[in-house]
Design a protein around this ligand. Sequence first.
Ligand code: SAH
Length: 371
Amino acid sequence: MPNLLDYDLAGLAAWFAELGEKPFRARQVMRWIHREGCDDFGAMTDVAKSLRAKLDALAEIRPPAPLRDAVSGDGTRKWLLDVGGGNAVEAVFIPEAGRGTLCVSSQAGCALDCVFCATGKQGFNRNLEAGEIVGQLWLANKLLGAAGGAREDENDNGRVVSNVVLMGMGEPLANFDNVVTALRVMLDDHAYGLSRRRVTVSTAGVTPAMDRLREECPVALAVSLHAPDDALRDRLMPINRKYPLRDLLAACRRYIERAPRDFVTFEYAMIDGINDSDAHARALVDLAGEVSCKINLIPFNPFPRSGFARSPVDRIRRFADILLDSGIIATTRRTRGGDVAAACGQLAGQVRDRTRRTRTHPLQTMEEVWS
Ligand code: SAH
C-alpha cells in the first residue's frame, strides 16, 4: 500500500491522476499531511467524503515509529526510529535561540566507512525511502507540538523546526532520488515551505551527485573535508580514493554557481594528533583559497572503541586562529547532545549490516547508547 509520505507534490498529483482525481486534490492532501501533521484521511474535512474513503482503502500515511526518545541536558532531543527489518535510524533536534535545527538520517547505516564515524563503523543496510526521510520532519514537528498547536519557542514560520540538515546517519548523495524527493517536500509551500538556504545537504564528497543536486534541487551544501591533503584524506575517508580533493574542489566551485548560498561549508573534525597540526591548518588555508567557503571545525566526538580522541581546546583555538588570521571564516561547532550520543558522528541507531565487512567493529549495544 503506497505511503503518501513517499511522494512530492508532482508524485502525489500523478498518483491522484491514476485514481481519476484532479491535481488540486493532491495539493489539499499534501497540506493536510505536512502542514497539519494529519495522518487520518477521515479528518481531512475539505476532501470529498467518497475520496476520503477511497484514500483510506488504498493508501496510508506512515512515518517511522519512534522507539526511544532521549532529551539531553542542553535541550537537544534524539529519537530512535524504527524503519523495519531490525533497523533503526536516528534524528536529532537541536534548539537554539531563534531557530530549531533537525538533523535527519538518509540511510540505515552507511557504506562509506569513514574511520572516525560511528555510523560508518556499523556498516550499511539500505537506503531510506523518501517518506522515511521526510517522515522524520513530519514526526519531529508533531512530537515537538508544532503542527496544529502554537509553542512559545516556535520560529517565524510558525514551526519549531526552522532548519533541516541532512547530517544524520548515511550519505545523502548515495541515496540521491529519495533524498531529492524528500527535499522537494521540505521546500514545497504546500508542505513545509522551508527556504533552500535553510535546508543543508552534507556530503562526504560524491562529486557526480553534487553536480546532479545542483541541477535538480540546489540547497545549501556542506562538505565533510577533515583533511587538507589526499594522503591523509585517503586514510580517513576511503571515498577520497575515488573522488580526490582536486575533483571535490572543482565540484564545489561548480555547485556554487547555482547554489542558494555563495559558499560551501567545509566540515572539519578536530582529531587529536591526526589532522590538527599547524601545518594542517596552513594546508587548509591554501585549499580554502580555491573555493568560496566557510570552515566549521567540529571537535571530534568520541564513541566507544573509536580509537581517536578530541583535539585539546587550546589546539582547536590555535588551529582556528591560523584560519582566521588568513581571512578565512571559521567557526567552531559547539558540541550539542553529547550526553545522549546525539553529537556529530555519534549516531549509530541500529543497523543490520549487509556489507559483511572484513574489518568489523562491534559497537555499543542499544542499552549503552540509550541509557
Ligand atoms: N555522510 C554525510 C552526512 C553525515 S554528516 C557526510 O559525510 O557529510 C555528519 C558530519 O559529522 C560529517 O561531517 C561527518 O564527517 C562528521 N563526523 C563523523 N564522525 C564524527 C565524529 N566522531 N566527530 C565529529 N564529527 C564527526
